[in-house]
Each structure stands twice: as structure tokens, then as C-alpha cells.
Design a protein around this ligand. Sequence first.
Ligand code: BGC
Length: 332
Amino acid sequence: MKNLPKSILFTIVLALFSTSFFLMLYYGKETFYVEKQISSQQLYDYHFALITEEVGNDYWRQIENGAKEEAAKHNVYLEYIGPRKSDNEEKLQTFDRMISSKVDGIITQGMPGERFKALVHKAVERGIEVITVDTDVPQSERQLYVGTDNYKAGFSAGQAVIKDTEGEIKVGAVIGMYDALNQQERLQGFKEAIAESDRIELVDVLESNITEIGAAEATYSLLKQHPQINALVGMSALDGLGIVQGIEEIHLDQTPYVLSFDILPQTLEMIDQGKIAATVTQYPTEMGKQAVNRMVDLQHGRKIEPMQYTGTGIIRAKDINNGEIIRKGEGS
Ligand code: BGC
């Protein structure tokens, strides 16, 4: 190096310096650009929590899908959260945790008991909007409810049994959970509808724990304990499927009339196969969509009618083609 002329040495140093300066600028820009991308991804306008009855339940997954679709449109970070197996205690704890983590809005299934109402109060006091979805608690301070009119849905179920059957009918009912408010409302509606007929009697009600296997077991017990039962109604999304399973296990001379709730693909298949006579429709995807949209409205301070019903009706085999509903059911 010592022997190199000064001008060459200077050129080499300059070249090295320019190259490293250029590289620094280039990679510096790349790093900066990536960081910017990440931070803009995390930059949501709102953070909402959707508290489900059971994370893996197909019906709740449809609510989640609807909610996520709308959340994406409004730049909302939507947290879908809840117990693996239905558990009110766990849901209440989750509710409390969401309040502490200062989300902008909580969309939750309504739950029985005073603690739920106290938590809604706590959330509202802290400026967090609350919407009930699927199951309402009108006595709480929730801003609004999005979902089925559960009393009406139960009433339609009763009317369908009257319409579809003849002669003396002894009904066994399978409900999701005894303490679930929507199940109680459906059952009440059902009882009031069948009271209009003197040939239909509700003999017994058992719970399925919102599982198919639970509904199959409940059906088995109902049929064993009350051999006169000739109609079965399932009041939550997987009950109809479990009822069919339970009936198949028992080998009866005469297959009972079956009515179910919800329009999960497997239920429509059972209707197509003639194993379920009719089902009560609910629109969970719509519930998820509307719940998010109304929550966004609330964030903007818009006034909204507190009862946002998503519709319900009765679907029979004639309303289905290739597993798809081709016309809105009776009473929609
Ligand atoms: C009810 C939900 C319940 C689900 C269980 C639906 O019919 O509306 O409250 O979580 O059934 O599968």
C-alpha cells in the first residue's frame, strides 16, 4: 500500500466509502420499509372481542366467519374467544379479562345470572360497548341484541309439530343446556304453541350439553323411560343429529317424528334422507356480520334499535335441493 501513488489510494478509499454508503442506504431503507409494513398491519381502528359458547362448535364458527368478514372491511381486530367446552364460569372470566384489556367492544352470548349483568355494567361504566349475540339478556345494560327471536323460533317448532303430525303425539325434547336462556325461551315458545292442540303433549326434557353424543344419550334415555314418545325435538344445533343417532341405536318398530334446530350441512343432509322432518332456521353468519357492523355503528355514536332479529322459519325437504336451501322456510 505504502508504494501506491496517493491518487490511486484516494480512488480506492473513495470507492469503498461510496459502496458502503450505498449499501447502508439501500438496506437501511429495506429495514425501515419492512418495519413500516408490520406496524401498519398492527394498526387497527378497533379491537372487538367475540365471546363464544364453545370455540370449536360449527354453529359458532359460522358466527365467527361472518364477524371476521365484516371486521376485515372495517379494519377491526376481532378476537374470537371462549371455552373449548361450554362453561359459563370460564365465559364470565373471559368477559372480565376482556374488560380489563380495554377492548373497544364486546360481542357475547348472553348468560344467565347476576354476574353477567354486573359485568355488562362494569364494561359500560368503562366505556366499552356490549352487544349480546345468539342469546339475549334484556335486563342487562347491553346496548343491543343481534340474533334469533328465540321464543318465536320455539313457537314455530311447536306449530310445525302440529302441522306435520296426526293423532296422539307424545314429545320428548332435547335441549342444549337447562340453564341456557335461549333454550328456555325456545322451550317456552314450544310449550305455548302445542298448548293450542289437545293431541300433543310434552312428556319430558333432557339436556345434551350441546354435543351430538349427549343428544344421542338423551334420546336413548327419553325413549327408554317413556316408550310412548313418538316425536322428538332438538333445540340446539347438534341435537337433531344426536337424536337421529339415538333412534338408530334403539331399533323401534315405528320411527318417531324428528324436528331439529339450525341448518348445519349435516342437518340438511338428514332432512334430505328423510331422517329429520323439519328444522328451525337460524342465520349465524348473518348474526356475526350484523353484530360487528352494529358494534362499528356504536363506536361512531350512532343510535340503534336494541332488538336486531336475524330471522327464523321452518325448513323441510321440499325447501332443499342438493344440500342447499332453495327457498326461505315457512314463517320466515
Ligand atoms: C344455539 C346456540 C348453541 C348451539 C349449540 C344453537 O342452536 O343457538 O346457543 O350454542 O346451538 O350447538
